[in-house]
Write a protein that binds this ligand. Sequence first.
Ligand SMILES: [Zn+2]
Length: 188
Amino acid sequence: MGELERLMEGNGRYLSAPSQKDFVKMRSETANGQSPFAIVLTCSDSRVPPEHIFDAGIGEIFVVRTAGNALDSIALASIEYAAEHLHCPLIAVMGHEKCGAVKAAWEAGEAPAPTKSLAKLMKAIAPSVGKAKKKGADMESAANFNIKAQMRAILRKSPICKHLASEGKLTVVGLKYSIESGKVEQVK
Ligand SMILES: [Zn+2]
């Protein structure tokens, strides 16, 4: 089974019958090393917990979370570690419906952000918001553009990921989570 299928199957279990986890066994099996099958870059939103959403146990998914699943240099270094040293073959960038970070960027428009850190976050999402507004599309479209923008940013900013992807050892996919239905869908 491919890694993306494995994530989607996990999401299917989350929606119907999440598996019983033997954390004691999982801890002992992973105590001497980890080999997660997927890297998940997703939003910090408390309603978007990746381990639950993919019905994953300990050591299965390598999770990086930032507001708006925005890529910064430390998030990228974390992803590179998992891709290069843990040989994780899949990066899933997962956005979600009703994302507060996207909404903030949508509402801020060109207005200056009140803090430097928030300005960085808004800057990361602004191009996707601008693209959606230009097309007359809605905020959810901006969230989808943002997923794709962060996917591209990984390959553009990381020579390591770009190299692994060119060798067929790494795939980057986009996903979107519905906080109402619990369903994950691919964003193409
Ligand atoms: Zn969010």
